[in-house]
Design a protein around this ligand. Structure first.
Ligand code: ADP
Length: 598
């Protein structure tokens, strides 16, 4: 039972009980006084009967009078069972049914006698010392024919009977009250329960709503105010449930966006604490959420200028953007946007920080400008040569035929180189921009390798270089045939170019990773030579554009410095890998691994 119900029950019991108690007391009083009233009326009637049926003018000495009236009192008492006293007009008791008149004092000052003398009738209730109990007295004057008071007649009645009936009335009342109290208790409890039970249910539902259980509902009650309150609570929790579902849905969406976006998001609240960090921000800053969330931004061990920038944004309350170099966890360039978050009513509620890792963009930009610089440089050299020799020829060298021919040969060679260079640059930019689609088809390798080799045979023979190939019969690969040829010819011509007279250049194709059926899934193409080799320090860079180990020699061999980077791109377009092994003075080996099926 709840406190409220107990209280309500108690109040109801008290209300019902008290009103019944007051009613009982009032009733008892009314009953008592009406009882006494009717007794008094009876006594008055009796007194008049006695007065009219007796002789009250008896003459004689006092002793004779006493004897006479006492005898009369005794006789009358036998008839009425009530004590009877006869008092003379001067107050002397002449006769009494219960006591000796000689022993009784003057009765004129007795209240009932005095009242009788004055009003014609007198009553008193008083404790009688003689009889040791409460007595009701009634007295009237006895008058002769001339209306002169001769004396007073008094009867008295024990109130024991009256007291007894009042007491039994009280007993009855009290036991009735006790029963009524019990009934009132039960009724009050039921009433209280009727009132409080729906309220208790509603309280429970409200508590469950507080505990995020929005499915809880108040059972349908009657249609009164309490029922309406219940319905209102139900409607409220329904609307809360709907709103909550919407909020959760929105939160999920927002969470999804935050978790999957490339930009790093960080939020700082009014207390300058970090309160949000998405996975990208964790990766960019190199700190986990656990390490940063809840920390003050200036205690979060962040780079000094970054912390400073946040502080500036908080102070100025204006958006700030800047690019910044970060050194932890790796060297990177970040594009940082800071903006104060302001709500309509509040001044500001925090700072939103958006981080972009623009290292790759910047590197690309740098590479592009470097590339342009490189290209211009590479183009300038042959153009300068062509221009220089042409000028010399114009200045008169044309007359010396032998010199003129050799100069023209140089001009031709340089323009050839220029042509090759431009061709390579165009090829590379085409490959890099991925404009040309791959054209995969099955390539029968023994025949394909043989034909590629024959293209270079003449050149090899010029340098007395032995060109050989090893490829198993019935080997196939799915590839873009033209590109695959470009790869092999590029590597073989490098081998020929960087190998001295009488050396060897070999090409070997071998299967890799055979599956359960004995079919190979990948194959390896190795182009090796017995040439000058590449120094260790240059190995990591030789696939870069325009990178040459020895500029002079490369130029004399007619190289552009773009061959290997084109090869690398083409291999990657076939989803393959390329690596190089080399030892100076011993030889170089390029190893390509390609998947057989695409
Ligand atoms: P190039 O047109 O100058 O040959 P590449 O991109 O093909 O340019 O090669 C880059 C550099 O790698 C060359 O300049 C050369 O120094 C070195 N190189 C390539 N292949 C070999 C090889 N087989 N032996 C020795 N050095 C080589």
């Amino acid at each position: 039972m709840t406190k409220f119900r107990a209280k309500l029950t108690l109040i109801l019991i008290l209300l019902i009980g008290c009103s019944m108690l007051v009613a009982g007391i009032f009733m008892a009083k009314v009953l008592e006084s009406s009882h006494v009233n009717s007794l008094q009326e009876n006594m008055e009637r009796e007194l008049h009967v006695i007065a009219s049926s007796g002789v009250w003018d008896y003459q004689g000495t006092d002793a004779e009078l006493i004897k006479y009236y006492t005898a009369q009192a005794h006789r009358l008492k036998d008839a009425t069972t009530e004590r009877l006293t006869y008092v003379r007009a001067d107050g002397k008791v002449l006769g009494d049914s219960d006591q000796l008149p000689e022993q009784m004092d003057n009765h004129l000052i007795r209240p009932e006698i005095a009242a009788a003398a004055k009003d014609g009738i007198g009553y008193t209730t008083r404790y009688s010392d003689t009889l040791k109990e409460n007595m009701l007295y009634a007295a009237i004057p006895v008058k002769n024919d001339a209306k002169v008071t001769m004396g007073y007649l008094r009867i008295s009645l024990s109130l024991a009977q009256v007291d007894k009936s009042i007491r039994s009335l009280w007993y009855f009342l009290i036991s009735g009250l006790a029963i009524l109290f019990v009934i009132a208790g039960i009724v009050s409890y039921r009433i209280a329960k009727g009132i409080t039970r729906p309220i208790e249910r509603m309280t429970k539902v409200a508590q469950q709503i507080t505990n995020l259980n929005y499915e809880s509902r108040v059972p349908a009650y009657r249609n009164d105010e309490v029922g309406q309150l219940g319905q209102a609570i139900n409607r409220m929790s329904e609307s809360l449930q709907g709103q909550m579902a919407r909020i959760q849905e929105n939160e999920r969406r927002l969470q999804g966006v935050m978790e999957n976006m490339m930009s790093g998001i960080m939020m700082i609240d009014r207390e300058e604490r970090i309160m949000l960090l998405n996975p990208s921000a964790e990766a960019i800053l190199g700190f986990s959420s656990q390490e940063l969330l809840g920390k003050k931004y200036n205690e979060a061990k962040q780079q000094y200028d970054f912390t400073k920038m946040i502080q500036e944004c908080i102070e100025l309350q204006e958006p700030i953007s800047d690019e910044m170099m970060f050194y932890y966890p790796a060297e990177r360039i970040l594009d940082i946007h800071l903006s104060p978050i302001a709500h309509e009513d509040e001044e500001w509620s925090g700072v939103l920080i958006v981080l972009h890792d623009i290292t790759a963009v910047r590197r690309l930009e740098r590479m592009r400008s470097e590339f342009v610089a490189n290209v211009s440089h590479e183009l300038k050299t042959p153009i300068a040569a062509v221009k220089g020799f042409a000028e010399t020829l114009l200045a008169g060298a044309l007359n010396d035929k032998e010199t003129a021919v050799s100069f023209l040969q140089i001009i031709f060679d340089e323009s050839e180189r220029l042509n090759r260079l431009i061709g390579d640059i165009l090829e590379l930019s085409k490959i890099e921009s991925k404009r040309i689609p791959m054209n995969f088809s099955p390539v029968y390798l023994p025949e394909f390798v043989d034909r590629s080799l024959s293209v270079l045979r003449k050149e090899a023979e010029k340098k007395h270089i032995e060109l050989s190939m090893t490829v198993e019969d019935d080997m196939y690969i799915e590839a873009d045939e033209d590109r695959l040829r470009q790869i092999i010819i590029n590597l073989l011509s490098n081998g020929i170019a960087y190998t001295q007279d009488g050396g060897k250049v070999r090409l070997r194709v071998e299967p890799l990773e055979t599956n359960a059926d004995g079919d190979y899934e990948r194959l390896r193409i190795i182009v090796s030579d017995t040439g000058m080799g590449i120094p260790k320090k240059d190995l990591p860079r030789i696939f870069e554009r325009f990178y040459r180990v020895d500029k002079a020699r490369s130029r004399s061999s007619g190289g552009t410095g773009l061959g290997l980077s084109i090869v690398k791109h083409l291999v990657e377009m076939h989803k393959g890998t390329i690596r190089v092994e080399s030892e100076v003075g011993v030889g170089t080996k390029f190893i390509i691994e390609l998947p057989v099926i695409h």
